[in-house]
Design a protein around this ligand. Structure first.
Ligand code: 2AM
Length: 558
């Protein structure tokens, strides 16, 4: 999706600059923006540019004035928020200390998900702000949806052309460049490895409200490696019942062949809807495109009211859309042409490669709920819970996550807050530290509904505590008592000690639910720093953002 409104680069203003220096700054939560930044860096280096690639967090904003060419690659998460490692740079640019940047040429690549209201918001903000500060676009911003490879490659091609226009006398050199997609045979997001399922068990006891799967996959023969804190990308398949019902509702022949990509690959509509395309999420854009084939007056009316669209798409899927507004007046190929690719799901890895060679473990919460009179299932979690047997295979790749890493200094104490499936990366941390035989202070806060049924990996934690790999553990079982207790209540009960750990240099990690838990834990942490440190609210917030800057406050939230 190329932003339609951004003005085209004004080449005349920049002819005098002949800088080959390019700085690529990324803001990345799950690692996609980082991966794109690193690839762009590689491509530009091959083209003879002098490239620096850095996380926004590691960039000194005072150096901004010295830059000639700046590329920003940034994702948006939650309600239009910047990723954690973009926060301070974003704030700096939008604050009073932001410098004039008249000599700067720049371009923004923004990542997002069009099923969210504030699609690519952070990228848009950077783009506008840099313009306001006097920067000139060397190529228009490109906003990418989940399937970002192609638009990102187009952006990079445009950027190369834009950059080449500073290289006096050789504008053709770079405009003739085509951006090669990754061609190596290494397994990656675009070339996933089929990992065999070794084990798949329910961690919750009988009678629990929850079902949390512990999945062990084999990486044997893949050459894939990872570090604690990294994630595994998993390409799921859609629920076969849902696919069958959808095909019936569409009234198409399930064996009818459709083309699934620009390269001309084809397969049956049934396979395509099972493996390749998203059918469980509706977006406004999809409704608009579908409307051309449904030709339904009610849908056309609905589309004139943005609020009503938002309400309609919430909790509904493609089957609802076709049955509410059908019949489908297009072909099977017409349907495929309006759908988004089924994206991989990212799960925080729950094991350490040092402890479990050639294996990767995941902790996956099964998502089941009812909405609009029908049972709804999480695509990947229910595939794992209901249909995946040992011996089956899943297409996977490693998503490196530099935002969630054990401290560089192995002596640094760590505090881990991971209720529910948020426990996953901390199991990896502990396995790693156990293998390294490091005697370092570590403290776990875990929470879930009931002690008896929901204490995930209970015996492992108790053993680590006994062996001294884990120093301290505080648990909060929210539904065992009349009043709810959450991890942040346990933090408050331990305010003094927790603050002492921070003063000793401990790193603080949160993993799990973003909207409620991570937000509350964040605020509780500021409360504790404020009270125990005898600071103002403002100073306590600064203390925490300094910690974040030093990578001593890291979050992996979803
Ligand atoms: P609840 O479901 O009883 O409300 C893991 O899901 C644990 O996180 C559960 O015990 C859940 O409690 C709890 N939880 C829910 N909201 C939370 C919040 N805002 N902060 C911390 N924990 C929360």
């Amino acid at each position: 999706v190329v932003a339609p409104t951004a003005p085209v680069a004004d080449v005349s203003v920049v002819e005098q600059t002949i800088s080959k220096e390019v700085t690529i700054l990324y803001g990345s939560q799950t690692g996609n923006a980082q991966g794109l930044a690193e690839n762009a860096g590689k491509t530009l280096k091959e083209q003879g540019f002098d490239v620096t690639v850095a996380s926004m967090n590691d960039f000194k904003p005072n150096n901004l004035k010295k830059l000639h060419n700046l590329l920003i690659i940034v994702s948006t998460h939650g309600e239009g928020d910047p990723p954690d490692n973009a926060l301070s740079f974003h704030e700096f640019l939008h604050g009073r200390r932001a410098p004039k940047l008249e000599d700067l040429r720049y371009s923004v690549l923004s990542l997002g998900d069009s099923s969210y209201e504030f699609f690519c918001q952070t990228g848009k903000e950077f783009d506008l702000k840099l313009e306001e500060l006097g920067g000139k676009r060397l190529f228009d911003r490109v906003d990418c949806d989940l399937d970002f490879d192609e638009p990102a490659a187009q952006w990079l091609e445009g950027v190369l052309t834009g950059l080449s226009q500073t290289k006096a006398g050789s504008p053709q050199a770079a405009s003739a460049t085509t951006v090669a997609p990754e061609t190596d045979t290494v397994y990656s997001r675009t070339n996933p490895f089929r990992a065999e399922v070794l084990e798949n068990i329910n961690l919750n006891g009988r009678g629990s409200n929850k079902e949390t799967r512990h999945l062990e996959l084999s990486l044997e023969g893949s050459g894939l490696t990872f570090e604690p804190g990294d994630s595994l990308g998993v390409y799921p398949e859609n629920d076969p019942n849902l696919v069958d019902n959808l095909i019936k509702e569409l009234n198409v022949n399930p064996t009818e062949s459709v083309q699934i990509n620009k390269q001309g690959e084809s397969r049956s509509i049934k396979e395509a809807l099972t493996i390749n395309f998203e059918i469980t999420v509706l977006t406004k854009a999809l409704l608009e495109k579908a409307s051309a084939f449904l030709k339904n007056k009610d849908l056309t009316d609905l589309l004139t009211n943005a609020e009503k669209v938002k309400e309609y798409i919430n909790g509904r899927d493609l089957l609802d859309l076709i049955s509410d507004f059908g019949p489908w007046n297009g072909s099977a190929q017409d349907l495929i042409s309006i759908l988004r690719k089924l994206p991989a799901r990212l799960y925080s890895i729950a094991s350490s490669l040092t402890a479990n060679e050639e294996e990767v473990h995941l902790t996956i919460g099964a998502v089941r709920y009812e909405a609009h009179g029908r049972e709804r299932n999480g695509v990947c979690s229910i595939l794992c819970a209901d249909r995946l047997q040992p011996g089956d295979t899943l297409p996977v790749y490693i998503q490196n996550n530099q935002n969630f890493k054990l401290p560089e200094n192995p002596e640094t104490p760590i505090i881990m807050v991971g209720p529910g499936t948020g426990i996953a990366p901390f199991r990896s941390f502990m396995q790693e530290r156990e293998e390294l035989g490091a005697e370092v202070k570590s403290w776990l806060f875990f929470g879930d509904q009931h002690f008896v049924t929901d204490f995930l990996y209970q015996t492992e934690w108790q053993n680590w505590l006994k062996d001294g790999v884990l120093t301290k553990m505080d648990v909060a079982f929210s539904r065992d008592t009349d009043e709810k207790v959450y991890v942040q209540h346990r933090m408050l009960e331990n305010s003094k000690e927790l603050y002492n750990w921070l003063q000793e240099g401990a790193a603080f990690y949160i993993c799990g639910d973003e909207k409620k838990m991570a937000h509350d834990v964040h605020n509780t942490l500021i409360d504790i720093i404020e009270n125990e440190g005898g600071m103002s609210r403002e100073d306590a917030e600064r203390y925490l953002s300094d910690m974040q800057q030093q990578k001593r406050y890291q979050r992996d939230v979803y």
